[in-house]
Design a protein around this ligand. Structure first.
Ligand code: ADP
Length: 420
């Protein structure tokens, strides 16, 4: 169980730079886990939530809490610190969104809850989830800040919109603190999403620590990730006090509902195979993962030339353009997205039912994060991985061993009913 508490001073590195311009692709991708069992017998009513919140939950169409929600929400709404791990797509976001909205007593001009996450798209996605559930909590204001947009815009959000719940990336939050526009001295809740990713990397951790020390000692700290290694667990515990630790199916890493195949081919055959697949498969939305931005751009050009209406998103694009494309994809205005690992983690797009690894992920963690884009929240999905090198076969073997799954060769014909 969690022990103590505050971070020893010597571990609190000085904050000395703003990493707003940090390339999201440089962020190391760790790992994921869990099972999809929703607990059909349990109900959100069991949590005795306030009626404004219950109404919004009903509007969102959530009938039963997922396993992680069932385990975590009752403990979190008692004010406990939390360290929570569950596979992506299990509804971890709703755990801290519902908890925060249940507990918050908004005061004009006071930031009550801070949520830190690693990319701007995640910040936007989390803020949308807050907006959805706070629908009937009229007096709660949400703000979202991240790098890549003019600083004065973030400052305006803080000083003029005065959010009670603030979501942001660490670089921008730090900058706002240094600038003096943001004060966190009345903070009640500190949430770190994808905490292993945030805390294992030195630069990010320094930034998170610097924010952390500017918040009151007495607050609720909640940390979430799809994967929390032993090493990051130790670090998470330094930020929390007697945290309730919830690890859903840590040992049984499964990818329920996901049909997984590979295709062995040479590099030069990939484009042909991809266009054949896009022609042949039934998909709502598909995400195609490649290893570099250059490859993403090239492939996007090629697909468009072949009359596939694809888009690509990478970290060299302006923030406005990136977010605009992301929103359009989320709203189903585009159906084919080419991405680097920038989108490999955490991003939730309901209608994606096919993931294609045009380039093999570097390891089994990355594989799990990427294919987790399909089949969110227990829906079905299909993952197809291209293998062109011997070492890629070794990675696939590892994936099969780790997730106790048989990834088979792509058959000539595949029934849409198995993944739709
Ligand atoms: P995670 O943070 O664990 O990766 P998300 O919070 O992004 O997962 O949830 C994945 C999707 O499942 C989201 O679209 C979310 O709205 C939906 N979802 C979450 N909880 C429930 C629930 N209890 N019932 C139905 N849908 C849910």
């Amino acid at each position: 169980m969690a022990q103590n508490t505050t971070i020893p001073d010597e571990e609190l590195a000085d904050y000395d730079e703003e990493l707003d311009n940090q390339n999201d692709e440089d962020i190391q991708e760790p790992k994921v886990d869990a099972s999809y069992a929703t607990l059909a017998t349990s109900s959100f009513k069991d949590f005795m939530l306030k009626k404004e919140l219950m109404k919004a939950i009903e509007d969102a169409g959530f009938e039963h809490p997922s396993e992680v929600q069932h385990e975590a929400i009752p403990k979190a709404i008692q004010g406990n610190d939390m360290i929570v791990q569950a596979k992506s797509g299990m509804g971890k976001t709703a755990v801290f969104v519902i908890t925060t909205l249940q507990l918050i007593q908004p005061q004009e001009g006071v930031v009550d809850t801070l949520v830190i996450c690693h990319t701007r798209e995640m910040a936007f996605q989390i803020s949308s989830e807050f907006e959805r559930f706070k629908k009937y909590c009229n007096n709660v204001k949400i703000g979202v800040v991240y790098g890549g947009v003019p600083f004065h815009e973030s400052r305006r959000i803080i000083t003029q919109e005065k959010p009670n719940i603030l979501i942001g990336t660490p670089g921008r939050i730090n900058h706002l603190l240094t600038d003096g526009s943001l004060k966190l001295n009345s903070l009640k809740r500190f949430v770190i999403d994808e905490c292993d990713n945030m805390l294992l990397q030195n630069d990010m951790r320094k930034q998170v620590q610097n924010i952390f020390i500017q918040t009151p000692h007495n607050k609720q700290v909640m940390m979430f990730s799809a994967t929390i290694s032993q090493e990051s667990k130790v670090i998470c515990r330094k930020f929390t006090k007697n945290a309730k630790e919830i690890f859903i199916d840590d040992k049984k890493l499964t990818l329920h509902g996901l049909v997984q195949h590979y295709v062995k081919l040479e590099e030069k055959q990939k484009n042909r195979k991809l266009t054949d697949l896009l022609d042949a498969l039934d998909f709502n939305q598909v995400v195609i993962f490649v290893k570099t931005k250059q490859r993403a751009m090239q492939l996007n050009r090629l697909l468009q030339e072949c009359a596939f209406p694809s888009i690509c998103i990478h970290s060299d694009m302006s923030q406005v353009e990136r977010l605009d494309l992301f929103k359009k994809f989320k709203n189903y205005e585009h159906r084919i997205l080419i991405s680097t690992n920038l989108f490999g983690r955490g991003v939730d797009i309901e209608r994606v039912n096919i993931v294609i690894n045009y380039d093999m992920p570097q390891d089994s963690d990355e594989y799990l994060h990427r294919v987790g884009r399909a089949g969110r929240f227990g829906t079905k999905g299909l993952a197809i991985t291209f293998i062109s090198l011997n070492e890629e076969q070794a990675i696939l073997d590892k994936i099969q061993e780790r997730f106790k799954v048989k990834v088979t060769e792509l058959p000539n014909e595949i029934q849409a009913s198995t993944y739709m």
